[in-house]
Design a protein around this ligand. Structure first.
Ligand code: BES
Ligand code: MN
Ligand code: ZN
Length: 495
């Protein structure tokens, strides 16, 4: 779905749904720009609503007016944006996605969004235009992949209305970001019966061709040659052979430093012989969200033509119990030569990432970010909406943190003291793959640190925010596409 940008009086906008944001009216009851224009054309209908106290501008308050005389649009949906100047991108996103979700319930519907000047210190008007485009893309896609009646429908036409300078570029950018998030969401929402290492790699290859990324797929023979013994051990209990996907965006020219983005791609995590409970397993098609986030972000980075070199890597395996599964007590040798004692086959994500991180370092990455649905412990620590970040480099950690802030996504740094690393000492190997119960998100990160050398690295544990357990007015349940925008912002920050 393409999104156009247009300017002009709101009364002339032809759309089935015209979504108009407005900030809270002050005591004078004076309306802000798009609303005041509408009011005039509509013979004071809007000011009467204000006078009656029905239209206060409270955040996410909404009013639907249908068949308004004098309006080309079929429906007018007024969306409150809170006090002027106080708006944040997260609040704006919530308000706009709620609106686009509402408008996309029927098929063959067109939608337009118009926003007032925000005068906000935290979000610029062009950022708001981008966000409107994101909302149009993301809000009209749900979890209906396998339903006869999908529940949400792509808009037949989608428009952002604005006179702000640079709004066309901003809308185009938001559209790319929204599409990237939808790619990530779709891959995560599809079941493990169709998304497994080979099919994920096929999908990545197709996406790469479409947006001009270089793509290489390493099969099981190549992975053996590359000494990825840790990753291969996880895969060996499954009938699905493992894959590693390597994508390249060469926007920075030769010799420019490369950022590598590494994603955990466990296409299904049964726990292996350390089998999960039914409750614990039922959402584990989501365990490749890190890889899908990497892929979404890489497509956006390519489409936006960012002047940086970025390598995207996905470690793809299925973790299954089987006569051939890797076992407790097995000692694995990772690509960088370190030996790992396996004491829980359900701590498999770190085993996959170990080899792919080491491979990324060997490819010459000078900055690393990995994304993984790595630990339930991180969800216990930070809840379902905040990504945990873990790093070996304060500067890089702060850079990624401000990228998240700029992208309007929640991320929070966790301690990485060596005392946590000490908890992974093994009696028989260099390290073991699990620590004690407490601090599990941090010991997992300390495990990964063994495989990045001294490369500045940030690990993002997205076990909570990447997959939502229920629908909310402002977002569909299932895959969220979180951190796609943060990755793009982090890559931009290196340009
Ligand atoms: N994929 C899971 C982590 C997870 C949990 C993701 C909940 C999304 C939601 C991971 O492979 C796992 O099983 N981690 C174990 C680690 C433990 C065995 C040390 C966990 O969190 O229980
Ligand atoms: Mn697991
Ligand atoms: Zn897992």
């Amino acid at each position: 779905m393409d999104i156009s940008s247009t300017s002009g009086p709101l009364t002339t906008i032809e759309a089935d749904w015209l979504i108009v944001g407005y900030t809270a009216t002050d005591s004078s009851g004076e309306l802000d720009a798009p609303l005041s224009d509408l009011d005039e054309a509509l013979g004071g209908a809007v000011s009467r609503l204000v006078a009656a106290g029905d239209l206060t501008g409270k955040l996410s308050e909404s009013h639907l007016l249908a068949d308004v005389p004098g309006l080309a649009a079929g429906r007018l949906l007024l969306v409150g944006l809170g006090a002027p100047g106080k708006l944040t991108s997260r609040k704006l996103e919530k308000a706009l996605v709620s609106a686009t979700r509402r408008a996309s319930k029927s098929a063959e519907v067109s939608a337009a969004i118009a926003l007032p000047q925000l005068n906000s210190e935290t979000i610029s008007d062009t950022e708001a235009m981008s966000l409107a485009a994101v909302a149009l893309q993301v809000g009209c896609v749900g979890q209906g992949l396998y339903r006869a009646k999908p529940g949400r429908h792509a808009f037949s036409a989608a428009t952002v209305v604005s006179d702000v300078e640079g709004s066309a570029e901003a809308v185009a950018r938001g559209s790319v970001l929204g599409q990237a998030m939808n790619l990530t969401r779709e891959l995560v929402n599809r079941g493990a019966m169709e998304v497994y290492p080979e099919t994920f790699a096929d999908r990545a290859t197709a996406a790469a061709t479409e947006c001009g990324l270089e793509c290489e797929v390493l099969d099981e023979n190549r992975l053996r040659d590359e000494r990825m013994g840790s990753l291969m051990a996880v895969a060996q209990g499954s009938v699905r052979p493992p894959r590693v996907v390597v994508l390249r965006h060469n926007g920075g020219g030769e010799g420019a430093p490369a950022l590598a983005i590494v994603g955990k791609g466990v296409t299904f995590d049964s726990g292996g012989l350390s089998l999960k409970s039914n409750e614990g397993m039922k959402s584990m098609k989501c365990d490749m969200a890190g890889a899908a986030t990497m892929l979404g972000a890489m497509t956006a980075i390519a489409k936006l033509g960012l002047p940086v070199n970025v390598i995207g890597l996905a470690g793809l395996v299925e973790n299954m119990p089987d006569g051939n599964s890797f076992k407790l007590g097995d000692v694995l040798t990772a690509r960088n030569g370190k030996t790992i004692e396996v004491l829980n086959t359900d701590a498999e994500g770190r085993l996959v990432l170990a080899d792919v991180l080491a491979y990324a370092v060997d490819l010459g990455a000078e900055r690393l970010i990995d994304l993984a649905t790595l630990t339930g412990a991180c969800v216990v620590a930070l809840g379902e909406e905040v990504t945990g970040t873990f790093s070996n480099c304060d500067d890089w950690s702060q850079a990624v943190g401000s990228a998240a802030k700029q992208a309007g996504e929640l991320a929070w740094p966790m301690p990485m003291d060596d005392l946590f690393g000490d908890l992974l000492k093994s009696d028989v190997a260099d390290i073991k793959n699990v620590g004690p119960r407490w601090g599990g998100a941090i010991t997992a990160a300390k495990f990964l640190e063994n495989f990045v050398d001294s490369t500045p690295w940030v690990h993002m544990d997205i076990a909570g925010p990447s997959f939502a357990s229920s629908n909310k007015p402002h977002r569909e349940g299932g895959a969220t596409g979180c951190m796609v925008r943060t990755l793009v912002a982090a890559a931009e920050g290196l340009a």
